[in-house]
Design a protein around this ligand. Structure first.
Ligand code: PMP
Length: 416
């Protein structure tokens, strides 16, 4: 039996009933790039703008107090969702990218010096590579990459060896790859990194939406995710940091709200979390994120995880029948709901366009993971990524369309 009855949830998502063109219903399989929003999230944001919106924290008037209350309630909701006991450890950011850049600028500039090593992996999104490369440009540190196994999992032996050989100051790794789908054993890797003396950062952009995350179980120093990948709005994300580290870090952006006091000769920063939330925050977006968390929690993260495995398995089995098609990454049981592949002699852009004409939205390209694609010796791949509102029929429709794309575009090469 299926872990989820998707039909029951699909009606909550207005966009999922869209016809792309006459008689061509939308099959949305681009959830790793961004998910869709249920009516409850749209309503929560509308209610904010229509009923009580004002700037937070500053005003002593009713609307400002109401907005502040809802904004801080949203932080509490995130805290409960991730099992964070102390909500001042949660910083609202614009997303995962902004959160990692915050850590690189604030913690990185204060703690990293020439010759230090930052260890990341070969399966990272550019958001967990480029900020460290920029830190390397500023400080002279080195960014090293832990290698993968043949089937696209992190090679634990090599990771261990890199930890002991390189003695990294920071280990920054993804909880789940946005291309391979690989789920990493985060708690185990973080424990090893900490034992080797490193600070740890987990990019949970592809994990938080797809399985129950308890930050205590991971025990990383920093964890980040984005709202828009978990049915929430764009422009909002979360950085969780351990208080001791956050307290010791200098503020990144300066301006309003992040200060305790300013004089002509200097400033005193505010406490957590305001120290890292300079300027007017994304108020309605934070409130929308809390509504999104309520929604996915009501679906159940354990069920979502089990259901994505079922969809992924259906897609894998159907795709495996297609000659010349190579699925990237491991067996579905080691994956989040992501199936990327390459077909000999067929360009991913052609596949993606062919699928789009049949209403199926997938992504083609390097998916912001160019080093990984270079390792795989392909310039691009096609990615289908599922969420709990997708159906087995959609997975099969997708695989059938891929097969027809292959038949259309993969003409045998002429003999010379
Ligand atoms: N890390 C991973 C693993 C991702 O999949 C993404 C989004 N594709 C990001 C980071 C960046 O997230 P955002 O664009 O929301 O900042």
């Amino acid at each position: 039996p299926l872990a989820i009855d998707a039909a029951a949830y699909r009606q909550d998502f207005p966009i999922l009933s869209r016809q792309l063109r006459e008689g061509v219903p939308l099959v949305y399989l681009d959830n790793a790039a961004s998910t869709q929003r249920p009516q409850a999230v749209i309503d929560a944001m509308d209610a904010c703008y229509e009923g009580y919106y004002a700037n937070v924290h500053r005003g002593i008037h009713t609307l400002s107090e109401e907005s502040t209350q809802k904004y801080e309630d949203a932080r509490l909701r995130v805290a409960q969702f991730l099992s964070v006991a102390n909500e001042c450890e949660l910083i609202f950011t614009a997303g995962t990218t902004a959160a990692i850049n915050l850590v690189a600028r604030s913690w990185g500039d204060a703690n990293i010096k020439s010759g230090d090593v930052i260890l990341t992996t070969m399966m990272e999104h550019h958001a967990n590579i480029v900020p460290w490369q920029q830190l390397a440009q500023r400080t002279g540190c080195r960014v090293e990459f832990a290698p993968l196994t043949e089937d696209g999992r992190l090679c634990i032996e090599s990771f261990d060896k890199r930890l002991s050989d390189l003695q990294p100051k920071l280990v920054a790794l993804t909880a789940a790859s946005n291309v391979l789908g690989t789920i990493n054993p985060v708690a185990e890797l973080v424990a090893k990194a900490r034992d080797a003396g490193a600070v740890t950062l987990v990019d949970a952009a592809q994990a938080v939406p797809h399985a129950q995350v308890d930050v205590n179980q991971w025990d990383a120093d920093f964890v980040t995710f984005s709202g828009h990948k978990v049915c929430g709005p764009t422009g909002i994300g979360v950085l969780h940091g351990k208080q001791q580290l956050l307290d010791a870090m200098p503020p990144f952006l300066g301006g309003g709200a992040m200060i305790h006091r300013v004089t002509t000769s200097g400033f005193e920063p505010a406490g957590l979390p305001e120290k890292f939330e300079a300027g007017t925050p994304a108020i309605a977006e934070a409130i929308g994120l809390a509504a999104a968390i309520d929604y996915v929690d009501s679906v159940g993260l354990d069920r979502i995880h089990a259901y994505e495995l079922q969809l992924c398995t259906i897609a894998h089995e159907a795709l495996q029948e297609i000659e010349g098609l190579h699925i990237l990454g491991p067996d579905p049981k080691h994956k989040a709901g992501i199936v990327s592949f390459a077909i000999d002699g067929v360009h991913p852009h052609d596949i993606s366009q062919w699928l789009d004409r049949r209403g199926i939205a997938v992504r083609a390209g390097h998916h912001c993971a160019m080093p990984l694609h270079e390792l795989l010796q392909i310039s691009a791949s096609t990615r289908a990524s599922f969420y709990f509102y997708n159906t087995p029929e959609e997975a099969l429709q997708f695989a059938a369309a891929v097969r027809s794309a292959r038949d259309k575009f993969n003409r045998p090469r002429k003999r010379t």
